[in-house]
Design a binder for this molecule. Structure first.
Ligand SMILES: C[S@@+](CC[C@H](N)C(=O)[O-])C[C@H]1O[C@@H](n2cnc3c(N)ncnc32)[C@H](O)[C@@H]1O
Length: 207
């Protein structure tokens, strides 16, 4: 049985997270609908409003069952979307939605697509699980095209705890901040998150 309460405090090790999302995969979409999960829709509106990104090749990191992939496909119907996640069971569900050109089981801190550079890389609803942000950002930088973009969301409570503004400042030479949104709702109908835990959306561009 999935312990939803642990989501606020994180799940733990990579293996525990993998198991957690594998176990949850079949009910994930249904549960997130009940909680009125906002990040995928709001992130696609954020991209649309900024109107900066022209995306041919997209990589959706921690794509899960494909909730953000679906929004990407609506926003960039001609794009080729790659997806990866550590949860194989979630990827099986994503596969049935016919969004992704390619799906891989991958840790987002270690991915490497040797022959492709992406116009846009996304990490939606998943920065919470990042163990080493420096490693992630270095890898993102390696895998996006020059002038390519990285969009992610991050919880405001963790942002403050990790001094995330400072981390972004540190990488500002290679990944320029285009926009950081105001805090928005994340899981408004989940009793542990509701209006207590919000997220920011961030768009960065490689120099
Ligand atoms: C809240 S879900 C978000 C999924 C999807 N982006 C969405 O918006 O519905 C978090 C996802 O992160 C994945 N995940 C957690 N840690 C990961 C890691 N180190 N590498 C790849 N995926 C990871 C989980 O398996 C899960 O699918």
């Amino acid at each position: 049985m999935t312990n939803f309460k642990s989501l606020v405090s994180g799940v733990g090790s990579l293996n525990k997270t993998k198991k957690y999302y594998n176990d949850w995969s079949k009910n994930y979409d249904k549960t997130l609908k009940i909680w009125n999960y906002q990040a995928p829709k709001k992130s696609s509106q954020f991209l649309k409003k900024l109107n900066k990104v022209r995306a041919n090749n997209i990589l959706d990191l921690a794509c899960g069952t494909g909730l953000f992939g679906l929004e990407l496909k609506k926003l960039y119907p001609k794009s080729i979307i790659y997806g990866s996640d550590i949860s194989k069971e979630s990827l099986k569900i994503a596969h049935t939605k016919n969004i992704y050109y390619d799906l891989k089981v991958n840790n987002f801190e270690q991915f490497n697509y040797q022959k492709i550079k992406f116009d846009l890389i996304s990490l939606i609803g998943s920065m919470t699980y990042c163990k080493n942000v420096d490693k992630l950002f270095i890898n993102i930088n390696k895998n996006i095209k020059e002038k390519g973009f990285f969009i992610f969301t991050h919880r405001v409570d963790l942002w403050e705890k990790q001094d995330f503004s400072n981390i972004l400042k540190k990488f500002n030479n290679s990944l320029k901040i285009i926009k950081i949104s105001r805090p928005i709702n994340y899981l408004p109908l989940n009793k542990d998150f509701n209006n207590k835990i919000k997220i920011r959306m961030v768009l960065l561009q490689k120099y």
